[in-house]
Design a protein around this ligand. Structure first.
Ligand code: NAD
Length: 261
């Protein structure tokens, strides 16, 4: 899986084809969508018409909260694949555990079957806390390839990242820029950006890369789409990393996975 991908949350379906085409032209090969985003159609169109060989693309989509349960999950996957117009996805994720329904273990069994069928090359989860992952390990023995979680300098998730790593689960950061709220204006980030001749967004994304996180920044602005890809000609030093580590506030931009129903 490429460490850097492109997220399409809140991109309307009728704009998704153009936005994803711009991202592919800029050089992204990994695209993250979801049934919830309502743009699997436009995203799939761009992927199919891009001229990029399918094996060079990495396509992720996700099962929405209303589709938990074994049989419902199997149908939800078929529907996503049909909307994308693809024969397989590279990664299929459970979007949220929704603990109040207590169905995510059944859903996970369905994803394991989908994986075995070859129509999802890998399966994983999103927004799973250690107690949710532990139930998957203990009740199914199938380890998710990825846990996609909210992760940015204001919410650095050291314990969850360590738990994932300990169990062979790769951590993927959603809202890696903290949705641009405040983090990109922070003096420490701005200092590092000036020092390296890069932008604040590039500093934050580079911080993720050096930590080993998979990142999927989102932008619909062509210059930012390109900017967010241009991360591999500089390196943050120990001082930069320590300054960014101090930006933790524990503040989420999204819901709490333990209570979202
Ligand atoms: P993000 O942290 O990627 O921030 C995106 C926003 O930051 C943009 O809308 C723009 O306002 C700003 N931005 C982007 N590039 C910039 C740049 N170079 N300079 C200045 N500002 C810039 O937030 P996101 O869109 O919430 O998250 C990224 C992706 O993560 C989504 O598109 C989606 O694919 C995924 N996601 C997953 C979940 C989940 O529950 N699994 C939840 C939210 C998002």
């Amino acid at each position: 899986m490429p460490q850097l991908g492109f997220g399409v949350y809140q991109v309307p379906d009728d704009e998704a084809a153009e936005t994803v085409a711009a991202a592919l032209a800029a050089g992204y090969r990994s695209v993250d969508t979801a049934a919830l985003y309502g743009n699997e159609g436009g995203t799939g169109k761009a992927l199919r018409e891009s001229g990029v060989p399918r094996e060079e693309l990495f396509v992720t989509t996700k099962l929405w909260n209303t589709d938990h349960g074994h049989d419902v999950a199997l149908r939800a996957f078929d529907d996503s694949l049909e909307r994308l117009g693809l024969d397989y996805v590279d990664l299929y994720l459970i979007h949220w555990p929704v603990p109040s329904k207590d169905l995510y273990v059944q859903t996970w069994r369905a994803l394991a079957e989908i994986h075995e069928s070859g129509r999802a090359r890998a399966v994983g989860v999103s927004n799973f806390e250690p107690e949710h992952l532990t139930r998957l390990f203990e009740e199914t023995g199938v380890v998710p390839a990825v846990n996609q979680i909210e992760l940015h300098p204001r919410l650095q998730q050291p314990e969850l990242r360590a738990f994932d790593a300990e169990h062979g689960v790769r951590t993927e950061a959603w809202s890696p820029l903290g949705r641009g709220n405040g983090v990109l204006d922070d003096p420490a980030v701005r200092r590092a950006a000036a020092k390296h001749g890069k932008t604040p967004a590039q500093v934050v994304l580079r911080w993720h890369i050096q930590l080993g996180n998979i990142v999927i920044p989102k932008s619909v602005t062509p210059s930012r789409i390109r900017e967010n890809l241009d991360l591999f000609d500089f390196e943050l030093d120990g001082d930069d990393l320590r300054e960014i580590q101090r930006l933790e506030t524990g503040t989420r931009v999204g819901p709490d996975p333990r209570t979202l129903s």
